[in-house]
Design a protein around this ligand. Structure first.
Ligand code: C2E
Ligand code: CA
Ligand code: CA
Length: 708
């Protein structure tokens, strides 16, 4: 019997390790005596309570741990039944389980509490196993009991907690140490969308991970948990419907009091999306003006700081504009604040339209607005924007049935000239704005006085230039071009002249760049071509010699979509022979938008119009484009001719350009020929044509044609 008992004991799952012990000790289970002694030693060495009874429930033996429980010695226990040892309230359960074990002839498991003689209550996990003879005859029940009080208590605690938490306003999730979800509450389901059934048994990461945090985030979380047993913070998780949301999460590690091992994790969280939105709203209010939606002073200063950082790094310029509406108080006082507010909103909308996307318009408060312009090329660009703003105020404002005009005064400061930081730039722009007010309002002023003079001059010129065409202040002059070998005049370059009644004669190198910047050159250029073609027809009709005319085209004109069509139309309208029309363009045209330019030139070329590259040698001079475009002539820039014969280098370049033109089968003309040695040198190179004061000054059409 001892042998069988021992075998049963060893066979019971949790004592399997003992098998190793016996066989390693080479213990022979041959005799009952040996087995009996061995069994005693064995069961006494176990922390579990071990006892066995016959099929009638009478105790046959037990270990010391069991003796302690019932408070009797082994000898006293033997021969007794459970009814002698345990109180009635647990007896039923014990007896019921004994019966079941015998009836089923199979191991039974139960959990129950029992009390020690000192009154201490302990929870036990009991396994009742039937044991048999070698022939299989049932002999009795082996009971092993293990103290599970700690586990019971913590489970009890969690259960209680879960009950409390079921009605909590926060989501609760209890997981195993492997983060498998064991318990969740109602709010968990409300927030995540996962029911209790869907959530339990699954890993947290499988269910909720949003993908918004990198591995380092989770590592930080686990590090904190492992060191302090606690972590809390904001985390993005995912709902069942895929929506990602922010939650405030509080995780605690629950450890076994005795072993210190992690038994559970308790996570408590709340959905903070609404709170977040509120936070964003607050952040918005802190940085934006409520009335107009424009950045406020705080954000504006941040923007200027950022712009300054960029400007320092890339050595670019920025401008700060300070605007104050003229007579705003009057509108407020007459029509009330509601109308005043409407006006400010309207003004804000108009201002935003005046600047680039990257630039910032802000409202500092009241009727004060500011702007920061980044990456500006120079004062001209700022003037244009300031002027654009003043123009934007020109149309009437319609305010709930009221109509009004209002203007603004603008002060401008520039980085780096007028300040290195946001405060200084703002202060100086503000000061400049006051000067604009003093000067009569509806105007802009630069902080630096000399800038104002420059700006004033330009503005006058620009204003005059706008009227020049309409007032007929432009004239065309013609400068002869001569065939070198024969000495015949073959054509003339058409040069624009402006006689302004206010400013006097204005040189092309002053007004052409201004016309280009303002875009006026498009209109002016068309006029030049039209007039030159008309002049040509007049000469032809009057029986004058048939010559070629060369008209300058600005690179700005190539930015129009319909340049070719416009030219072709003018040629047709004036009955001009296209083969006698030459257009002079600069290398920059070909470089800027090579594809578009090639298209335009091909169209013009197909009509028979001649194409010359002006100022050749000063630009990028890429051989590639010379081949790519349908050109006829290179015009050697006058700077190379100027120092001939003194400058050897210029002579070499001139020689090279002539050779290059030959090679590419292009004609070549030298401009700026002022003396005989220059002419002789060009003749020696077999340059095709020359132009310059030596041959003739630019003169009016009448004067030019009178020489023939
Ligand atoms: P450009 O096309 O290089 O024109 C030649 C300039 O050299 C003209 O100056 C002419 O008067 C000057 N010049 C002629 N012979 C000599 C000489 O022997 N020595 C010196 N030192 N200079 C000489 P201008 O008329 O003042 O024109 C200046 C520039 O204005 C032109 O340079 C051209 O780029 C532009 N321009 C003139 N008329 C027009 C026009 O109708 N349309 C466009 N887009 N630009 C024009
Ligand atoms: Ca020219
Ligand atoms: Ca030229």
């Amino acid at each position: 019997m001892w042998k069988n008992l021992l075998t049963t004991l060893l066979g019971a799952h949790r004592f399997r390790w003992l098998t190793t012990y016996f066989f390693s000790n080479k213990c022979e289970l041959a005799t009952d005596v040996c087995a009996q002694g061995l069994l005693r030693d064995l069961i006494n060495s176990l922390p579990e309570l071990v006892a066995y009874k016959n099929i009638h429930g009478t105790y046959l033996n037990c270990n010391q741990a069991f003796e302690q429980l019932v408070g009797l010695s082994e000898a006293e226990i033997i021969g007794k039944t459970d009814a002698d040892l345990f109180p009635p309230d647990v007896l039923d359960l014990l007896q019921e389980q004994d019966e079941q074990t015998l009836r089923l002839n199979n191991a039974c498991y139960l959990e129950t509490w029992l009390s020690y003689p000192d009154g201490r209550l302990v929870w036990f996990e009991m396994i009742k196993t039937p044991f048999h003879t070698a022939e299989g005859i049932l002999l009795g029940i082996l009971t092993t009991s293990r103290d599970i009080t700690t586990r019971k208590q913590s489970e009890e605690k969690l259960k209680q907690a879960a009950q409390v938490l079921e009605n909590s306003s926060e989501a609760i999730c209890i997981t195993s140490p492997e983060t498998i979800i064991l318990v969740v509450n109602k709010v968990f389901t409300q927030i995540t969308g996962f029911s209790k059934e869907e959530a339990t048994g699954r890993k947290v990461s499988q269910l909720l991970k949003s993908g918004k945090h990198g591995p380092s985030f989770y590592k930080g979380m686990w590090d904190a948990l492992n060191t302090s047993g606690h972590w809390q913070g904001e985390i993005w998780n995912k709902r069942k419907n895929g929506e990602v949301y922010p939650e405030w999460l509080n995780i605690s590690m629950i450890r076994d009091d005795d072993s210190g091992k992690v038994t559970h994790y308790l996570a408590i969280f709340s959905d903070i999306s609404a709170h977040k939105k509120n936070e964003q709203r607050l952040a918005y209010l802190a940085h934006y003006d409520n009335l107009t939606g424009l950045p406020n002073r705080t954000l504006f200063r941040e923007k200027v700081d950022r712009a300054l950082l960029h400007a320092r790094q890339y050595q670019t310029k920025i401008a700060v504009l300070f605007l104050d509406l003229d007579r705003f108080k009057y509108i407020n006082d007459t029509w009330g604040h509601a109308i005043g507010d409407l006006l400010l909103q309207d003004v804000a909308n108009r201002l935003v339209e005046c600047v680039c996307k990257q630039d910032t318009i802000a409202r500092l408060g009241g009727d004060e607005f500011t702007a920061v312009l980044e990456n500006i090329s120079g004062t001209q660009e700022v003037i244009e924007i300031a002027q654009r703003i003043l123009d934007a105020f020109r149309p009437q404002f319609y305010l709930h049935g009221h109509e009004t005009f209002i203007t603004t005064s603008i002060g401008i400061s520039l980085y780096p000239n007028d300040g290195n930081d946001a405060d200084t730039l703002l202060k100086n722009a503000d000061a400049a704005m006051y000067r604009a007010k003093e000067g009569g309002k509806n105007d802009y002023q630069f902080f630096a006085l000399e800038m104002n003079e420059h700006a004033r001059q330009r503005l006058i010129l620009e204003t005059q230039l706008r009227y020049a065409l309409g007032r007929g202040e432009f004239q065309l002059h013609y400068q002869p071009q001569m065939h070198l070998a024969s000495g015949h005049i073959t054509g003339a370059e058409v040069l624009l002249r402006w006689m302004s009644p206010e400013v006097g004669w204005v040189a092309p190198h002053t007004f052409i760049p201004l016309a280009e910047e303002t875009g006026l050159v498009v209109e002016i250029g068309e006029w030049v071509l039209y007039k030159a073609c008309l002049q040509h027809r007049e000469w032809r009709e009057n029986g004058k010699p048939i010559l070629r005319i060369a008209v300058n085209l600005s690179s700005r004109q190539f930015k129009q979509d319909n340049l070719a069509q416009n030219i072709i139309r003018i040629v047709k309208d004036t009955d001009m022979d296209p083969t006698l029309l030459e257009l002079e363009l600069t290398e920059s045209v070909l470089m800027q938008d090579a594809y578009a330019a090639a298209e335009i030139l091909r169209e013009l070329k197909s009509l028979g119009i001649q194409l010359a590259i002006d100022d050749f040698g000063t630009g990028y001079s890429s051989l590639n484009y010379l081949r790519r475009f349908p050109l006829d002539k290179l015009k050697i820039d006058k700077s190379f001719i100027h120092d001939i014969p003194g400058n050897q280098e210029d002579m070499t370049i001139t020689k090279a350009i002539v050779a290059l033109a030959r090679n590419l089968h292009l004609g070549v003309i030298a401009e700026g020929v002022e003396n005989k040695s220059q002419l002789a040198f060009l003749k020696s190179l077999k340059c095709d044509e020359v132009q310059g004061y030596l041959i003739g000054y630019p003169v009016s059409g009448d004067e030019f044609i009178s020489q023939f």
